[in-house]
Design a protein around this ligand. Structure first.
Ligand code: C5P
Length: 426
């Protein structure tokens, strides 16, 4: 049997190079993939390419073959290719499958398990980690079909980098551009290194998410419009990275994230109790939109219209869950992370909130109506710590979650002491 050409091994790296199978599908962003191959190789990763028919309209096999110094595969039915490197072996010999750009069509095929060309067949025939960098028109990205496919793929553990917001080749503007090459390389490195022991294995995380519901009487309540998307995505990202994760959530329409223990609550007081019961933990992330106030009285019976006229609503303050956990003298999680939804002076208010609440980090997001972030799929985050502020580009909520989870893993790496519950595997 003929042997496939050896993959490029960087001279500086004695350990066998990690291998990336780069699948290039048919979007204009494919023109960036020769640069992507170069940058991946700069990081010591060996790259072999699969090019779909559509991809080959935007970038040639010659260009990808030259920069990868390897054969470029494209045809499922090529006898020569199959004898050199069967399509199963193509994905088996990789440490990571990276799809960049991933079109709406290829995402749909992946979600539905179709295998009608080499790219989709390699993706179906793999048990290796898969990282996807979508690129498409903004309306295609937001279409319910694409979003359902993305949710299915995420639930199966497939990692996403991007898309990002910006001007598109079609003349429109919005979410759908392929992530920058540097960000894809960083995500690929993380995905490849995450193949070793999970960076958060042996750690325990508590995450709050969603709204709280504060009853007035048996049928009426006060609540807010929080969707829970950000908190659920954070719990999913922490669990993917190996943390034992407990999600304390108010009512949402979202499915339970895979691998996460979910505690359903309604009121702020129940949420606090569930968080306290879930401790000790190494990290606690408070992403819930907790009602600041609740009705001072909860009527046992439904309030009736009567002679008394319109009732006045008296409110009383709810416990501040973040502040309570951040100020625990014993059993405080190593890292306590809060959110600050602001509509003006976002960073200034978040810095003050970090000090007032006693937490380590605040993810401040601008929720002015024009940003479309509240209840939307993306967030513009200012990451506020004791030492400074980092402003992140607009990211999908899942990408915010991934970035935060990696920051948490890095910070906990410096802290060898693990929470007792995680140590004892409670
Ligand atoms: O004070 P503010 O509501 O702006 O603080 C937001 C942060 O505090 C979020 O992380 C939220 O989850 C948390 N919080 C809480 N309990 C409250 C109010 C807010 O945990 N009662």
């Amino acid at each position: 049997m003929a042997h496939a050409p050896a993959l490029h091994e960087p001279a500086s790296d004695r350990a066998p190079a990690r291998r990336v199978l780069l699948i290039v599908s048919g979007g204009i962003a494919a023109y960036k993939t020769p640069e992507l191959v170069r940058r991946l190789r700069d990081r010591g990763l060996a790259v072999r390419c699969v090019l779909t028919d559509g991809g080959s309209r935007f970038v040639t096999p010659l260009a990808l073959g030259s920069v990868s110094e390897d054969k470029v595969y494209g045809d499922l039915w090529s006898l020569t290719d199959e004898s050199e490197m069967g399509h199963i072996e193509l994905s088996r010999s990789a440490d990571l499958l990276l799809v960049a750009p991933a079109t709406a069509d290829l995402l749909a095929k992946m979600a539905h398990g179709l295998a009608d060309d080499l790219a989709s067949t390699a993706l179906l025939a793999t048990d290796k980690p898969v990282l996807v960098a979508p690129a498409m028109n903004v309306r295609m990205w937001h279409h319910a079909a694409t979003q359902a496919n993305v949710a299915t793929l995420r639930a199966r553990g497939i990692d996403f980098v991007g898309p990002i917001e910006g001007a598109m080749a079609c003349g429109e503007y919005g979410l759908g551009r392929m992530s920058d090459v540097a960000d894809i390389v960083a995500a690929a490195e993380r995905a490849v290194s995450a193949r070793g022991p999970s960076p958060l294995a042996g750690r325990r995380a508590v995450v709050t998410s969603g709204p709280t519901v504060e009853p007035l009487d048996p049928v009426r309540f006060l609540t807010n419009r929080s969707s829970g998307k950000q908190g659920h995505a954070i719990a999913a990202a922490l669990a993917r990275m190996g943390a034992e994760t407990i999600l304390v959530s108010g009512p949402t329409a979202l499915p339970d994230p895979p691998g996460v223990q979910v505690r359903r609550v309604e009121t702020a007081r129940d949420m606090l109790a569930a968080c306290e019961a879930a401790l000790p933990a190494d990290v606690a992330v408070f992403a819930a939109a907790v009602a600041d106030w609740r009705p001072a009285q909860e009527a046992r019976e439904k309030l009736k219209k009567g002679s008394g006229g319109v009732p006045t609503l008296a409110l009383t303050e709810n416990p501040d869950i973040l502040k309570t956990v951040a100020s625990l003298r014993t059993g405080r999680p190593t890292l306590v992370v809060g959110f600050a939804a602001e509509t003006e002076k976002v960073v200034e208010h978040a810095q003050a909130k970090r000090r007032r609440k006693g937490c380590d980090w605040i993810l401040a997001n601008d929720v002015s109506p024009e940003t479309g972030t509240f209840g939307g799929d993306s967030n513009v985050i200012h990451f506020v710590t004791e030492t400074g502020v980092e402003s992140w580009e607009r990211l999908a909520k899942e990408a915010v979650a991934d970035r935060l989870a990696h920051r948490i893993a890095e910070a906990l790496e410096q802290d060898p002491q693990k929470a007792p519950a995680a140590r004892s595997g409670r």
